[in-house]
Design a protein around this ligand. Structure first.
Ligand code: SF4
Length: 388
């Protein structure tokens, strides 16, 4: 067994969206009435109560309310969630980072005020693109103007710590379109920006179109150029790329996501949520009604698995190397009680030889070339221990 510190990060899943985006395989549902939403927020409260009874939290440093579209909740429904968080997770760091995901087109002043009163101090806004045609083609419900309006009213309501998500590699998207999207997003001068390449996931509209050859995507080389363009533009404007897909002004890296990338423990509540505590991972039941029913009888677990030491060690490498600062020997030592040399040195040497990794004073990190083939690097650690 390896040592794992108590969880100081909490994820809360809100699985409702006004419309299903064509690329989305997240656990999110379009519901026609308010009734299941109310039942859901009360079920969430029950899961929080049961969770903290089983694993009393130490001081919580980050809370992330994600989805789905958390801002599809009404202010009154949000208040139920915030009150439950205050009741069951009262021991909070003075520097608590509390993020709520928001989608343009679902945000208004009443919701922003409820969020602020509930303790939210960071908003992550899903913009994806500013091209009206592309927005429609990927199934988003908002317009480019909605993004601008959401940022304006969020700032007016006192939110400064704002992040925006953009996507690249979208159908029919060109380098010029990516350049324009990046310029638009940089003009907002936000402290944090996430940029994700489109992935075609099973059970999505895009997957069906792709399988029928009806989805025209940029080729691989163009996608690499898009990523390169983004990295350059961000760097020129003073953003640090601290993770493969994430850029921040100094001091604004997402502390919640850092907990995942550093392989720390975290609570996860809500339908389909994942949690990782005391060396065990769980996944909750996914459907809204199934989750509500399960919470009436206990913790709504779909699966609970003890994480073998070997799996945790591999995870440490795969998620840690996503950070551009890389992995540090002392963090590994703290989690596993021994140095990594015996298990992983061969792979480090091989990847350094290929110039995909490089040594740092305290460990290893991706090189500039490694950054463009991150999945190849991370994948090298899957099953690494049994390979040796
Ligand atoms: S808003 Fe996000 S979670 Fe909802 S359908 Fe679109 S991509 Fe999926």
């Amino acid at each position: 067994m390896f040592s794992q510190q108590g969880a100081d990060a909490l994820y809360v899943h809100i699985p409702f969206c006004p419309h299903k985006c064509f690329y989305c395989d997240f656990n999110s549902y379009v519901v026609e009435s308010e009734d299941p939403v109310w039942k859901y927020v009360y079920a969430l409260e029950r899961e929080m109560a049961l969770t903290v009874a089983q694993h009393p939290p130490a001081e919580i440093r980050t809370i992330f309310i994600g989805g789905g579209t958390p801002t599809s909740l009404s202010p009154a429904q949000m208040e139920v969630v915030f009150e439950a968080l205050h009741r069951h997770v009262p021991n909070r760091s003075a520097q608590l980072e509390m993020t709520m995901e928001a989608n343009p087109g679902t945000l208004d002043r009443a919701k922003l005020q409820a969020m602020r009163a509930g303790g939210v101090n960071r908003i992550s806004l899903g913009a994806q693109t500013f091209d009206e045609r592309l927005l429609k083609e990927i199934g988003r419900i908002h317009s480019a103007d909605d993004v601008t309006h959401s940022i304006e009213i969020a700032r007016q309501e006192g939110f400064e710590n704002l992040s925006i998500d953009l996507m690249f590699g979208l159908p029919g998207q060109t380098l010029a379109m990516v350049r324009e999207a990046v310029e638009r997003v940089l003009a907002f001068d936000l402290p944090h920006i996430s940029l994700y390449g489109l992935k075609i996931e099973e059970n999505t509209v895009f997957h069906s179109l792709y399988m029928r050859n009806q989805l025209v995507l940029p080729d691989e080389d163009t996608e690499v150029e898009m990523y390169r363009l983004i990295i350059e533009a961000m760097k020129q404007r003073g953003y640090e790329q601290y993770e493969v897909s994430n850029f921040a002004k100094p001091g604004f890296a997402s502390r919640h996501n850092m907990a995942y990338w550093q392989n720390h423990a975290y609570y996860g509540v809500g339908a389909g949520a994942h949690g990782y505590m005391n060396g065990w991972r769980h996944v909750n039941v996914k459907g809204v009604q199934a989750y509500i029913d399960a919470c009436a009888h206990g913790l709504p677990r779909l699966e609970t698995n003890e994480v073998e030491r070997k799996e945790a060690e591999e995870d440490f490498m795969m998620v840690g190397l996503r950070l551009l600062a890389g992995i540090r020997a002392q963090d590994y030592l703290a989690q596993f009680g021994e140095h990594w040399t015996a298990s992983f040195q061969t792979i480090f040497d091989e990847l350094c030889e290929k110039r995909l990794l490089e040594r740092t004073a305290s460990g290893y990190r991706l090189t500039d070339s490694g950054l463009f083939v991150g999945n190849e690097v991370f994948g090298r650690f899957v099953g690494a221990i049994s390979d040796l």
